[in-house]
Design a protein around this ligand. Structure first.
Ligand SMILES: [Mn+2]
Length: 281
């Protein structure tokens, strides 16, 4: 499917959109469990399998002007590729329009954050993930999904809140504990309270690695780690940020080839729907 079913008004013109859905089917460092380059396609397809209404937020996606802006396709890998993503995102951003990016591996968020900063946005970053993504080097690579947050720290001066963390090397966890505000997975509720308190009157960008979820709910991802978020945590997340100015979001690391049931992509689509209804409704 080329078109996302969140975009219920097929006649909507791009410059009338409030929300842009943008796929970034980029996969830089591929390990033996790759597949996230097929994430955007799978999430778009899954968007056709779910309701557009949520009884929890009593809103429907038809209440929003959502436009599918296609994919950002970038060749190569490493820093140059991430800079190319940043450039492409930069060109597509317009004032007041909220982007929803579908990954792709998590390194795409480096490009997104970079583009938003150079566009003049002032914001803090909420990073939901099983991993800190803050290793200095990962298998000889400095520009992968495992180090994008550390690289972003070179230019990003806002707060970084990390929730759901439950694995890592001692080095990256020590670094992340100092450089960011890190909450381990069992401290999720406490972390959420902290983030919503800190975010009053501020802008927030939210990046969601699907591996933050309990892998029994989202098995289709490269680096699953036991533990993690469940449905109640997600509901708490959506409700906690209702009054926060969320300027954009992404959902990354869905690898549909690793989940023949398709439920990982469906969950990603549900996360996107509920985030739109809760935060932008
Ligand atoms: Mn990640």
């Amino acid at each position: 499917m080329k078109y996302c079913e969140f975009c219920l008004d097929k006649k909507l013109e791009r410059d009338k959109a409030e929300i842009l859905v943008i796929g970034v089917p980029f996969e830089g460092s591929v390990n033996t469990r790759g597949g996230s380059s097929k994430g955007p396609e799978a999430i778009r397809k899954a968007s056709d399998c779910i309701e557009s209404y949520s009884p929890f937020f009593q809103k429907d996606l038809s209440d929003f002007k959502i436009y599918d802006d296609g994919d950002i396709t970038v060749r190569g890998k490493g820093k140059l590729a991430l800079e190319a993503i940043a450039g492409a995102v930069w060109k597509r951003m317009a004032k007041g329009v909220k982007p929803v990016f579908l990954g792709g591996d998590h390194s795409i968020s480096y490009g997104i954050v970079k583009a938003l900063v150079s566009k003049g946005y002032d914001f803090n970053l909420l990073h939901l993930d099983a991993h800190t993504d803050s290793q200095d080097e990962f298998s000889g690579d400095f520009w992968s999904y495992a180090n994008w947050v550390r690289r972003a720290r070179d230019f990003f001066k806002g707060d970084i809140y990390q929730l759901g963390i439950r694995t890592g090397t001692k080095e990256d966890l020590d670094y992340a504990s100092k450089a960011h505000r890190l909450f381990l997975s069992p401290q999720f509720v406490e972390g959420l309270r902290y983030v919503s308190e800190k975010s009053k009157g501020k802008n927030l960008y939210v990046t969601i690695d699907i591996d933050v979820m309990d892998p029994s709910l989202a098995p289709g991802t490269s680096n699953p780690v036991y533990g993690g978020l469940n449905a109640d945590h997600l509901q708490a997340l959506f409700h906690a940020l209702k009054k926060t100015n969320v300027i954009g979001m992404d959902v990354v690391e869905v690898a549909p080839n690793l989940d023949p049931s398709g439920r990982t992509a469906i969950l990603a689509a549900e996360i996107v729907r509920d985030a739109i209804l809760a935060w932008w409704g």
